[in-house]
Design a protein around this ligand. Structure first.
Ligand SMILES: *Cc1c(COP(=O)(O)O)cnc(C)c1O
Length: 381
């Protein structure tokens, strides 16, 4: 692995196989996976539903250039529209790319409808991706001094603070972009009142509201999309991670009034390629048919109620199967390392915080096993 360019401190463990809720490394060690590829493998590892469709579609058509529509792209766009509050879809491959599309669309709208307004307001602590523009959009403290000069036109305001937001809106503002639950920021929830107030402000000023649902979408929070919890519909929504069940797929959903891109404004070689489209269709159909959003809510509630019985676990928060909590006086990085040695994969987005985001088709038996391994690890501290 010395040939791989260093970008982060990765574990030396090499994973070789995945099946359902479990991963195996090259030495045959088995891990119960509560990270799920970072909220990606919503149906678990290598489910037949995905492997079958991959085989079938790869025999039919892998790619046919963005010059043509393809059947799977048309079918998937319709399925997304039928199951959401949106009428238009633009497909991409990664979350960051979907957000880039949202940023471009907001700026295009600002140019056409708001006298050239281009500024986008996001929240402090937010995470929107790792391209230069989405790093600039992110309110992550550590990104601040990186890769200067960044893409200009982003302002970061305090979470759940309407007056800080209002202070920062000017005639240059074209959009407000929010994660309904900040995932990378440590699972911080937006207040319902705040979201409703932001929608009102956007309506009054004709500013666009963008929800980044890349982590919260596809059944993760107990609804197909997190906006359904609040009955607040954004002007643009981006989705990623779970949508492809493990394949690189993302999308931007929007409304007819924002069908304003002109030739040359936006595109990409892999936008809507048949192989990821076929997988996306299979994933979404499975979530709907098996009512996995409801399962996400039920299993999430079960995990939270069991966690609340453990005295070292503090400040349990989240929705559905996007859960975080703090471990009293235990450093998260150390804890997840020990958990892994015991055969359990969990995540720590910061300091003492532990985050859980397993596959949404998880069953009670996996949760029972989780608590065995979790408690076994806790005793070692
Ligand atoms: C993961 C994530 C992204 C970036 O997605 P990539 O596929 O890594 O580019 C953007 N926004 C949110 C909220 C995310 O959780």
């Amino acid at each position: 692995m010395k040939e791989i360019l260093f970008t982060s401190n990765k574990s030396n463990t090499i994973m070789t196989k995945g099946e359902g809720m479990y991963l195996w490394d090259e030495n045959g060690n088995k891990y119960l996976d509560f990270v799920a590829g970072w909220a990606v493998n919503v149906l678990g590892h290598s489910p037949e539903i995905i492997t079958d469709v991959l085989y079938k579609q790869s025999k039919e058509l892998l790619s046919c250039s963005p010059q043509f529509y393809n059947k799977k792209m048309i079918e998937f766009a319709k399925l997304l529209v039928d199951n959401s509050a949106f009428e238009k879809v633009f497909f991409t491959s990664t979350g960051a790319e979907a957000n880039e599309g949202a940023i471009k669309l907001a700026r295009k709208y600002g140019k056409l409808k708001l006298n050239g307004a281009y500024e986008i307001i996001t929240l402090k602590n937010s995470f929107h991706g790792r391209t230069l523009a989405t790093m600039s959009a992110s309110g992550k403290e550590k990104f601040k001094e990186l890769y200067e000069p960044k893409v200009t036109g982003f302002k970061h305001v305090l979470i759940n603070d309407i007056s800080d937001l209002k202070k920062n809106i000017t005639k240059n503002t074209c959009a407000i972009m929010l994660e309904l639950i900040q995932g990378e920021g440590g699972v911080n929830l937006l207040d319902e009142m705040y979201i409703k107030e932001v929608r009102k402000i956007c309506d009054e000023l004709k500013i666009l509201l963008i929800f980044d649902e890349i982590q919260t979408g596809f059944g993760r929070t107990g609804k197909l999309f997190a906006y359904e919890h609040f009955n607040i519909i954004p002007d643009i929504m981006t989705v990623g991670k779970g949508i492809g069940g493990g394949l690189p797929l993302s999308a931007m959903l929007t409304h007819k009034f924002l069908d304003i891109f002109e030739v040359g404004d936006q595109g990409g070689t892999y936008c809507g390629n048949p192989i990821t489209m076929a997988v996306g269709i299979a994933v979404l159909n499975e979530i709907i048919e098996k009512k996995l959003s409801i399962n996400s809510q039920k299993m999430g509630d079960l995990i939270c109620s069991e966690l609340s019985k453990i005295s070292k676990v503090k400040n349990i928060r989240g929705k559905g199967l996007l859960i975080a909590f703090e471990l009293e006086n235990i450093y998260g990085g150390k804890f997840i390392q020990k958990a892994m040695e015991n055969g359990l994969l969990i995540n720590s987005p910061k300091e003492n915080t532990i985050r859980l985001f397993p596959a949404i088709n998880i069953m009670k038996e996996h949760i029972d096993r989780f608590f065995e391994l979790f408690k076994e690890t806790l005793i070692q501290f």
